[in-house]
Design a protein around this ligand. Structure first.
Ligand SMILES: Cc1cc2nc3c(=O)[nH]c(=O)nc-3n(C[C@H](O)[C@H](O)[C@H](O)COP(=O)(O)OP(=O)(O)OC[C@H]3O[C@@H](n4cnc5c(N)ncnc54)[C@H](O)[C@@H]3O)c2cc1C
Length: 447
């Protein structure tokens, strides 16, 4: 049994920011991660670019998220914030996942208040008198028990909250289906001049921001006809209507976000195994389709696949406030706002091949209230990252990495401020001020 001030479950984008923020407030933090690396989906599943740092010309996410980008830049691991070629959001931030892994370990080496425990899965929770009294975990050495004044669930899947009995909704409210999973593929040997030429010749085949072809960076959402024809020939069997890729940080590289595994639950190991297996078969199919059919990919080669399939959606906790589609679309504001979300609703069809972007103005953003991280029933538990309290539609916006980072930072500071560990008694105004002092953007007036 080991005691800490704050326990953070999961070292993804949100958990990393939560742990670092709490440690910088002087708290002793235990960070427990089931894998062997830091960064969650951005590193283990190669998910990038980061999207949603800006609303129009104004920066909506700063603080630790920007510090991470600055550290990446110093190592040549990002192209910085650049206009989104697809015009879906104001800016995108291409990053190199391998360098992000190094940045996160570098940051933890500097944080003397954080104890890191890798290769350890949170497996149990004991709730006593409305408080999470103890957390159980499993690793190669056996079972471990931990206590902390405040626990932060940053597992993406809401594992700790579910174990503690917090009510959760899985995927869509109407049928429990979640957005599809994607095995992200990194390829090399891509000839971008040929792709640009195809875009210039057939702009109707691509989603492109006006003027994007003059930029030096390329992103592809298109080749609709080629994909449809390959599907009708039986060369492509995955449920996908387009090629979706982003130029990498290094010459000739691309991150392909094209595979699609539908109707599988990431919280069930059997289904997750099927998803991994299907995702890898799709990776082979995609690469041979591109090499055979699309100019610019003739010499493409497989460089890396995610160590784990990317999970877009699973559980959403039911918190003291549930963010809705209307909040996102209307750019809602809240008295207890702690972060901003500057990304449209981006739903990859849970059953089929479509992609729905609910276009909000790229200059617009919505505030995210503290209450989406606060469960009703457990007094010393906060939940951050993609499993916060949001409907399927709102989660399709708020799940984006920079906002997950901003929420994590807010959760870490809130855990440090919570009187006697009572997260429901955190003074929202004081929390907002502290986030702003730390360089974050807790609401629109701080942009
Ligand atoms: C295919 C795909 C494409 C996407 N595209 C983009 C994009 O282009 N731009 C963008 O900004 N965002 C994108 N996203 C969204 C974004 O990547 C994530 O929603 C966000 O980064 C989530 O961060 P998180 O910290 O909440 O969760 P995660 O990154 O999932 O981190 C959770 C961490 O918890 C650990 N963990 C889980 N369970 C346990 C447990 N029981 N015990 C201990 N540790 C545990 C995991 O190993 C992981 O490290 C995409 C997501 C996917 C899957």
């Amino acid at each position: 049994m080991q005691d800490y001030d704050i326990l953070v479950a999961g070292a993804g984008a949100s958990g990393m920011c939560a742990a670092i923020a709490a440690a910088r407030e002087g708290k002793r933090v235990l960070l427990v991660e089931k894998g062997g690396m830091l960064g969650g989906s951005n590193t283990q599943s190669l998910v990038c670019p980061l999207m949603g740092f800006h609303a129009g010309g104004r920066q909506a996410v700063r603080g630790l998220a920007q510090e991470i980008v600055d550290r990446l830049a110093r190592r040549g691991g990002t192209l910085g914030h650049i206009p989104d070629p697809l015009g879906v959001t104001a800016t995108i931030t291409p990053i190199e996942p391998e360098i992000l892994k190094q940045v996160y370990f570098e940051m933890l080496r500097e944080e003397k208040n954080i104890t890191l425990l890798l290769h350890t899965l949170i497996t149990g929770a004991a709730v006593e008198q409305g408080r999470l009294a103890q957390v159980e975990a499993a690793h190669k050495g056996g079972k471990a028990l931990f206590r902390a004044g405040v626990m932060i669930d940053a597992t993406g899947d809401g594992d700790l909250a579910a174990l503690a009995g917090v009510p959760c909704v899985f995927g869509r409210e109407k049928d429990g289906l979640a957005q599809p999973m994607t095995l992200v593929i990194k390829i090399g040997g891509v000839e971008y001049p040929k792709i640009r030429a195809a875009m210039a010749a057939r702009p109707d085949q691509f989603v492109l921001r006006k003027g994007a072809l003059e930029d030096s960076y390329v992103a592809v959402s298109g080749y609709f006809e080629a994909v449809e024809q390959a599907r009708s020939r039986g060369e492509l069997t995955l449920p996908r209507d387009r090629v979706l890729l982003f130029q990498g940080v290094r010459e000739g590289e691309a991150i392909l976000n094209m595979s699609r595994v539908v109707m599988k639950r990431s919280t069930d190991a059997w289904e997750l195994t099927q998803a991994e297996t299907e995702g890898r078969a799709q990776a082979d199919e995609i690469l041979s389709f591109l090499k055979k059919n699309i100019e610019g990919f003739e010499n493409a080669c497989l460089m890396e696949t995610g160590a784990m399939i990317g999970v877009r959606e699973s559980r959403h906790i039911q918190g003291r406030y549930t963010l809705t589609e209307r909040d996102v679309v209307s750019g809602a504001e809240f008295e207890d706002a702690v972060a901003l979300c500057a990304f449209p609703i981006d739903i990859h069809d849970p059953q089929g091949k479509d992609l729905h972007w609910t276009k909000t103005d790229t200059a617009q953003c919505c505030e995210v209230p503290y209450r989406v991280m606060v469960p009703e029933s457990v007094g010393n538990l906060l939940v951050t990252g993609r499993c916060v309290s949001a409907t399927h539609e709102a989660a399709a916006s708020v799940r984006i990495t920079p906002t997950a980072m901003a929420l994590g930072e807010a959760a870490g500071i809130a855990a440090a401020l919570a009187p006697s560990g009572r997260v429901d008694r955190v003074d929202a105004a004081a929390l907002r001020e502290r986030i702003a002092q730390r360089g974050g953007v807790p609401g629109k007036k701080y942009m």
